[in-house]
Design a protein around this ligand. Structure first.
Ligand SMILES: [Zn+2]
Length: 510
């Protein structure tokens, strides 16, 4: 008995990236795309090629390097946009063009200033144009859930006749209710005569907190592609959270009777990577990937889980790749032990990277008795995060004196690109402020700190602190992250990371 497959379409790099305050480099996008490939998503929407030369370049890079999933680029229904999108994905092993246009009266009148017949013609012309390049064409009527149904049927029929192989019903403003959406899907299947010639897809936003529920109601009603983002990233309240949809289909397979190509054991790592790179935290009580998702606080539950984990756990944390928090390595563990453990966790390191990580592991093991899997993942992502961006300035040393009577004072030693060491000191309102003031005296990039957050990687007083900051300069936002058992040092690293990132984007800023 083979189940029908649901295509998982990831738009973290397109719709997710549109969220306020995220601007990812091509390298960062590629890093996420590689992990999405390991996760086993069927389609990666790599960007909106016509948006900017940077977007186009990122789409091309992903198309060239990621070979298993289909690579899509979004395009508005303009000939130029479609041509640009093709320029982006033509190097892919399996390219897809995704064209969209607004179909609701509200949006047609307000945004496009065109009448419905004109809009229909433009949609058809764009699908036809896309079809001259590529067999795989997806068409999305934007704001479909607020569109007059008769007009939506016409538009879908015309798009499929013009060659669209996937048609995507977008709940762009997160307006619809699950049972209503299921009915709408049934109506579409009944009223669009050629609907069996295309894959029916949905794209739900989370303004009423219903995006996952709506996507699942649509799957139950026969939809065979769902779009969404890792961690539910996206504009406003975000897109449908892919990991929740995937685990619902998996856990309630008896109900949905469909399957996906996803390797669920990659979910945790994908979620962490996306959060790490975008600087958007995952709320602790979020389903599937939140820090508390598998934590049982009530005594009755704890007792039940210890006796038999299925008592209160409907999913095994291991099935999504949740790392164990047990003691794995200590001070005396050697390089081989570290390598073996990292390989068990799915990380295969080149010798050079292993040496770097081993060095930070030794440092950590000196300060922290037990080094857990979560610590190792942090060390590794810390290392990759700094390897990713060219380091113009390197923090050699930071020293702070603080207390409830003295004036917080920080001294920093920073090495610049020429290898010169510069030492400076400053006071501040608190220790972190003093460190940032001292770094500013050396580097002198004018910026505004807009966000500062500390998370602990594991429990306990000796846990690693993970600091995430955002700085704004000349209208751009840059994320910086740093980890250390000392949160002042982690804060300094995060600031250096953000400054180096801004220098990589704009070398003249300094
Ligand atoms: Zn969207």
């Amino acid at each position: 008995m083979s189940q029908e497959k649901v295509t998982i379409f990831d738009t973290t790099l397109r719709d997710g990236e549109q969220s306020a305050g995220i601007g990812l480099t091509t390298q960062e996008k590629l890093e996420i795309a590689k992990q999405l490939e390991r996760l086993g998503v069927d389609v990666i929407e790599a960007g909106f090629a016509a948006a900017s030369p940077g977007d186009l370049q990122a789409v091309q890079k992903i198309a060239a390097e990621i070979r298993t999933p289909k690579i899509a680029s979004l395009a508005r229904c303009y000939i130029d946009d479609v041509d640009k999108a093709w320029e982006g994905v033509k190097g892919a092993a399996r390219p897809r063009l995704h064209v969209f246009i607004s179909s609701s009266d509200i949006q047609i009148m307000n945004q496009l200033r065109k009448n419905p017949e004109e809009v229909l013609d433009i949609a058809v012309a764009s699908v036809e144009r896309a079809k001259t390049y590529c067999d795989d064409v997806e068409f999305s009527p934007m704001d479909a859930t607020r569109t007059d149904p008769e007009y939506l049927y016409q538009m879908l029929e015309a798009a499929i006749s013009a060659g669209a192989t996937t048609v995507n019903i977008a709940d762009t403003v997160g307006y619809i209710i699950p049972s209503e959406f299921a009915e709408r899907i049934e109506d579409i299947k009944r009223n669009v005569p050629n609907i069996d010639k295309a894959v029916l897809s949905v794209h739900c936003h989370n303004d009423l907190g219903l995006s996952v529920a709506n996507s699942l109601a649509a799957v139950k009603a026969g939809v065979r592609q769902v779009e969404g983002c890792i961690n539910g990233l996206g504009e406003r309240a975000g897109n449908a959270s892919l990991e929740e949809i995937i685990m619902a289909i998996e856990t309630r397979n008896d109900f949905f009777d469909v399957s996906t190509n996803i390797d669920t054991t990659q979910i945790y790592r994908t979620s962490r990577l996306v959060s790490d790179i975008t600087g958007f935290p995952v709320q602790p009580n979020k389903a599937i990937v939140g820090a508390n998702a598998f934590r049982h606080a009530s005594g009755i539950h704890q007792d039940g889980v210890l006796k038999d984990s299925s008592t209160f756990e409907i999913m095994d944390p291991k099935s999504i790749g949740w790392p164990s928090n047990s003691l794995v390595l200590g001070k005396l563990s050697g390089r081989a032990g570290l390598r073996a453990r990292l390989e068990e966790l799915g990380f295969h390191l080149e010798q050079e990277e292993l040496n770097e990580v081993f060095e930070s592991f030794k440092e950590l093991a000196d300060r922290k008795r037990e080094v857990t899997d979560q610590d190792l993942e942090t060390l590794l992502s810390n290392n990759r995060r700094t390897a990713d961006i060219p380091t113009v300035y390197d923090l050699e040393h930071v020293q702070v004196s603080t207390g409830d009577h003295g004036v917080p004072t920080a001294t920093v030693k920073i090495r610049n690109a020429e290898g010169e060491e510069i030492i400076d000191a400053a006071t501040g309102t608190g220790p972190v402020d003093a460190v940032y003031m001292a770094i500013n005296r050396v580097i002198g990039i004018e910026n505004r700190l807009t966000e500062f957050r500390v998370d602990s990687v594991t429990e306990g007083i000796d846990a690693i602190g993970d600091v995430t900051i955002r700085i704004e300069l000349q209208g751009d936002t840059f994320v910086g992250r740093g980890s250390d058992t000392d949160i002042i040092v982690a804060s300094a690293k995060a600031y250096m990371n953000a400054l180096n990132r801004s220098l990589a984007a704009n070398p003249n800023a300094g």
